[in-house]
Structures are given as structure tokens and as C-alpha cells.
Design a protein around this ligand. Structure first.
Ligand SMILES: [Zn+2]
Length: 433
């Protein structure tokens, strides 16, 4: 029976990160200021990343919530993939827990140097330098004042490491601020939000969800370079087995949370990227929280109100005209803003973020070093492409298509961003695809 790996990669175009060097100057500061009100609706159960020791979901002022930093992290990695920005999460050394029989030293195939590290708590780690995995080091070097800022660093902010020659560090707080998301209710079939349902369910798991998976070179690398940005597929149902000893509180699917994003000095391109990232396209969804490989944390975001503050010519300097977009006007405004982006969401990302990818099964390959017939890691020498599950083609050690080759094969032309409509409509569309 065929299956798909829980994650895949969105190709990167290392030589083509657009950085703005005079991003501070007056003419580079955009004209858009305001606030977006958003609703996030879960299509699967989820566990917030910031659960405490007792695995209780996060509460903010007594209300169930999702921390702004989790939302920001999720949105940023998606925005980075959409806009081919620098990878903020990938700089310097990377380590994962050392397991018996893990190879230490320089890998013959990738030439990556793996070192075994023993930390002060007595744990063993396997460490390698991520810079060895990219063709151009500048690609994963954080954006800074000198190099300029990519669109994601301008939106979400950045902290660049200290410059060893001047011992100066650089940080920029970005042009958007997210609030924490607070629980609104459970979205019922008719689209109404019911505030009176307890959104928390208890399950007992066999093992902790934070168990790190081995870094599997054949899947992560194309030759000796990183394949791209990692994203997890959406599942039809989560695969949590409710029969272990570890108690976790899950937030039920169909839970709806509300948050706001305030923004200042956005250019039209930045504004368009923000909206495209939030609402994606019908049929695509985001993933947040723990247990992504098991199918937890699938969600869609809908912008329910746009408020723009405009400096009107006839008003005094401190007075701004406020324009609120709701209902039909809101949808028209969203379409208008999204059209300011001229490029499509990369095909790899569209494939991975499909709410119903249509795979037979989604799971990790079976590792069994004693039985080569059962060992799927040795059967599949490389990861399947983002748009399909494993096939006999993945058994060889063939070359994968690079980002630029794939780009050429895509049809040219602008995309017409589609409106998402009401949440009920979005869910319907999402489930159909
Ligand atoms: Zn950047």
C-alpha cells in the first residue's frame, strides 16, 4: 500500500532573495496603517506549543488562547516560502538527540560533518552546521542593515547576530504586531459559533509528542544541499492513539479563536503578502502547534474586518481618517490588496498545504534495520515529490527537480486571488478539494 511521508519541502531559490537596502528611507516606508481582525478555525484537534508541565492548554487572562508568538512563527514560515525570503529558523548549528548507531563524522554522500556532543545534563546530541547545506551562505545569514532586509524581515522583524568586527548587533521590530488569539467558540455546521461548548478533550498517549525524529539525509538533502523549507501535510484524521499513560488536553477541531494584527507603514507588496499568507487560497490550510506529523493543528484563517487609518490631506497632522471594511466591501478590498502581488504561491507549497491531499495514508516510513524487506527507509532512496505519495520511482537515486527548473515549467501569467467568503463557505470549499 502506498503512503506519503508526513513532511515535504518547498524548493528554495537561494540566489534570488530580494533584499531592500534603503528600507528605512521615507519613500520606502509604505502608506498603509491599520488593523486586521482575524478568526482561526481548526479543521483538526490541536495542542498549543506552550502547554505547561501538566500539558494543560494555554490560558490568557482565564481564557483559552494561542500565544501571539506561535501564530507569528507559523505565519512567518509560510510567508517566507511564498516570497522566497531568507530562512529565519535556519542559521548556525542544528542538533538532534543522538540515537544508537547514528553515524558520526563526515558523511560520504553529503560531506556534512556530524559531531557527537555531550551536554551538561548528560544527554547526547548529534550536531552539524547548517551553513554547509546551502549553496550560498548569505542565504541563511540573517538580514541586517548592511545586506538589507527581505520582505519577511521587514514585516516580522529580525535580530542579526553580532558582527565579530564591530561587536554590534542589529535588530528591527518589524511592521506588524500580532495579539494572542482568544477562544470564541465551536463552529457549528450552520456556521454559527457556539460559545457554550467545552473545547477541551482529554486523551492518553503512549509517548510525548515532542519526540524528535531523526534527521534522514536522503530525505532532507538533494545531493549535499538542503532540499528546501519543511512543511507538514494535512491529514483527514489525526492518528493519536488514546490508550497510553500520558495525559494531554487537546483543543477540539472546529474551535474558533480570534486575534488582531496591527500594521504600520506597509508598502502595497508587503500588505499583499500579509493578506495572501493569512488567507492562502481556498483548499489550503495552515498548521500550528504540536503533533503536526500525526495530523494535529490544521486550521484556516479568515480576515473578518480590515481597518485602515489614512492621513487625510485636509485633516491636521494628528488626525487620521479611519476606514472600516466589512461584508461585501471587505471582500472587494481583500481581492484588491491580494492582486498587488504578481506571483503565485509556489507550487510545492500549494501541494503540501492542501487540506485534502488525497493520499492513501500519511506516515513515516518504517525503520527496521534487521529486516531489509520491511525497512522502507532502505527501499525508498529519496523522498517523493510534494504533489504525490511514494511510488516505485523513488526507489532509485535519481536527481530531484530544482526550484528554478520547476519555475520554468510552471505556466506564466498572473493569478487572480480568490475571495474566501464566510467561514462556513471556506470550510465547505476546503473540504471539497
Ligand atoms: Zn530576511
Amino acid at each position: 500500500m502506498s503512503f506519503a511521508n508526513p513532511y515535504n519541502f518547498v524548493g528554495i531559490d537561494e540566489g534570488n532573495v530580494q533584499r531592500e537596502t534603503n528600507w528605512r528611507s521615507h519613500e520606502k516606508l509604505g502608506e498603509f496603517n491599520g488593523m486586521l481582525t482575524c478568526e482561526i478555525t481548526f479543521l483538526s484537534n490541536f495542542i498549543t506549543e506552550n502547554t505547561d508541565r501538566e500539558k494543560k492548554p494555554l490560558t490568557i487572562n482565564g481564557k483559552l488562547g494561542i500565544q501571539a508568538s506561535s501564530l507569528k512563527g507559523m505565519l512567518r514560515s509560510t510567508a517566507e516560502a511564498i516570497s522566497n525570503s531568507c530562512i529565519s529558523m535556519m542559521s548556525g548549528k542544528y542538533r538532534y538527540r543522538f540515537m544508537p548507531r547514528m553515524p558520526v563524522g563526515t558523511s560520504c554522500s553529503s560531506k556534512v560533518k556530524y559531531t557527537r556532543i555531550h551536554d551538561e545534563l548528560g544527554r547526547d546530541w548529534l550536531e552539524f552546521n547548517q551553513k554547509s547545506l546551502v549553496r550560498e551562505e548569505a542565504f541563511i545569514d540573517s538580514c541586517d542593515d548592511k545586506k538589507g532586509l527581505c520582505i519577511c524581515c521587514r514585516l516580522f522583524g529580525t535580530t542579526a547576530k553580532e558582527d565579530p568586527t564591530t561587536e554590534k548587533s542589529f535588530s528591527y521590530k518589524g511592521r506588524i504586531r500580532l495579539s494572542d488569539a482568544l477562544f470564541l467558540g465551536i463552529c457549528e455546521k450552520n456556521g454559527n459559533i457556539n460559545k457554550n461548548i467545552n473545547p477541551v478533550v482529554v486523551k492518553y498517549l503512549h509517548r510525548h509528542l515532542s519526540n524528535p525524529k531523526n534527521h534522514h539525509e536522503a530525505f532532507y538533502l538533494d545531493g549535499n544541499k538542503i532540499k528546501g523549507r519543511k512543511f507538514y501535510y494535512h491529514h483527514n484524521d489525526d492518528k493519536l492513539q488514546d490508550s497510553g499513560q500520558i495525559k494531554v488536553d487537546l483543543v477540539k477541531k472546529e474551535a474558533v479563536f480570534k486575534f488582531t494584527i496591527s500594521f504600520e507603514n506597509l508598502t502595497s507588496t508587503e500588505y499583499a503578502l500579509l493578506l495572501t499568507t493569512l488567507e492562502l487560497q481556498p483548499g489550503l490550510g495552515h498548521k500550528i502547534g504540536m503533533g503536526k506529523p500525526l495530523g494535529l493543528g490544521s486550521c484556516v484563517i479568515e480576515i473578518t474586518e480590515i481597518k485602515e487609518f489614512r492621513q487625510e490631506r485636509y485633516l491636521s497632522i494628528n488626525k487620521c481618517a479611519e476606514k472600516v471594511f466589512k461584508n461585501d466591501e471587505l471582500n472587494r478590498r481583500k481581492d484588491e490588496i491580494k492582486k498587488w502581488r504578481t506571483s503565485e504561491i509556489p507550487q510545492d507549497l500549494r501541494c503540501i498545504l492542501k487540506i485534502s491531499p488525497g493520499f492513501t495514508e500519511i506516515r513515516y516510513p518504517i525503520k527496521d534495520i534487521r529486516n531489509s524487506h520491511r525497512d522502507e527507509f532502505s527501499r525508498y532512496k529519496k523522498l517523493h515529490p510534494p504533489c504525490r505519495e511514494f511510488s516505485p520511482d523513488d526507489k532509485g537515486s535519481g536527481r530531484t527537480i530544482t526550484y528554478s527548473e520547476q519555475k520554468k515549467s510552471e505556466r506564466p501569467g498572473k493569478s487572480r486571488p480568490e475571495g474566501l467568503g464566510s467561514m462556513a463557505e471556506a470550510l465547505k470549499k476546503a473540504k471539497k478539494k
